[in-house]
Design a protein around this ligand. Sequence first.
Ligand SMILES: Cc1ncc(COP(=O)(O)O)c(C=O)c1O
Length: 358
Amino acid sequence: MIKAPEHISSIKPYVPGKPVEELERELGISESVKLASNENPMGPSPSAVKAIRNGLKTLHRYPDGNCYYLKDVLSKKLRVSSDQILFGNGSNEIIELAVRTFINPGDEAIMAHPSFVVYSMIVQAANGKSNLVPLRDWRHDLDAMASRITDRTRLIFIANPNNPTGTINTMDEMDRFVKKVPEGVLIVVDEAYSEYVDAPEYADSFTYLRASKEILILRTFSKIYGLAGLRIGYGVAQASIIQELNKVRQPFNVNSLAQAAAIEALRDDNHVKKVKQMNTRGKKFLYRELKNLGVTFVPSEANFIYVVVGENDAERVYNKMLKLGVIVRPMGPNSIRITVGLQGENKKLVHALGKAIT
Ligand SMILES: Cc1ncc(COP(=O)(O)O)c(C=O)c1O
């Protein structure tokens, strides 16, 4: 029988958040809520939905492989040139393109732990080596990450805000870090949740792009723009880096509906503002209720909260909450990650968590 090489067969598959339909089918329940995948519970802008409907008329055509119109809108918004942008089938695809483009077997990538698990999985699939650096006070320890750079290091992943802790790194920390990274190492700053951030000290990664640093900034339409189901994200870097990534990219990687919806999503600042306000209100409510329950949590700059439930208790709490119709995400032995939902969903979550921890 055909066998995958060891570096592939030893990959632990990514476990996505359980879909609502699956839970309801398994337990015979209804009206359950999913607060496990950091989705936007309000959904996309109505004008994006309209663009999707219009796009149905031309589904028999291949999409624009260059995402010309979308690139045009985004480049003006970000004040970069079109050749500094690359779109992907979700920002996940851009992570994959970066690894496939720059990691040779045996090369290293540095990332924090815990952080977005996809980084190390993709590095492993390319037969690269992941160097995991523990968080410090729930945040990326950028000094420690810089000290791990070797002559085999090609990529450094920084999730800012970090998933699962929702914490950020500041401009001062990033300034110090960027100075320590030698030429030939690409800093990948994953900003999937950047639009939710309020903290004024949040690092502006575009400063380093303008200073011609080797940096790849990742963003997505899956979170604040509410288009997770369409799969579209983007990367911004120097044109020479984008050019290399484009060589590995499939020609029609972003479908036409996603492109049409993303254009309208970018234009609807008002919708983004509403989503952010709802998220801020939801977090405030959840912080208060979590305090009332007496559980430890990490204040978040994103649309989710990392909750410490107790020694080896995460699976038990997760399963108990499932039975009460609330899907969250267990994160290692002691913690769960909860996504901020609509007010009714947040209330249901607090009720279920209260029952599950007693
Ligand atoms: C930190 C981080 N990066 C990237 C992604 C992937 O997003 P996309 O849907 O654009 O592939 C996620 C999704 O949860 C994430 O949490």
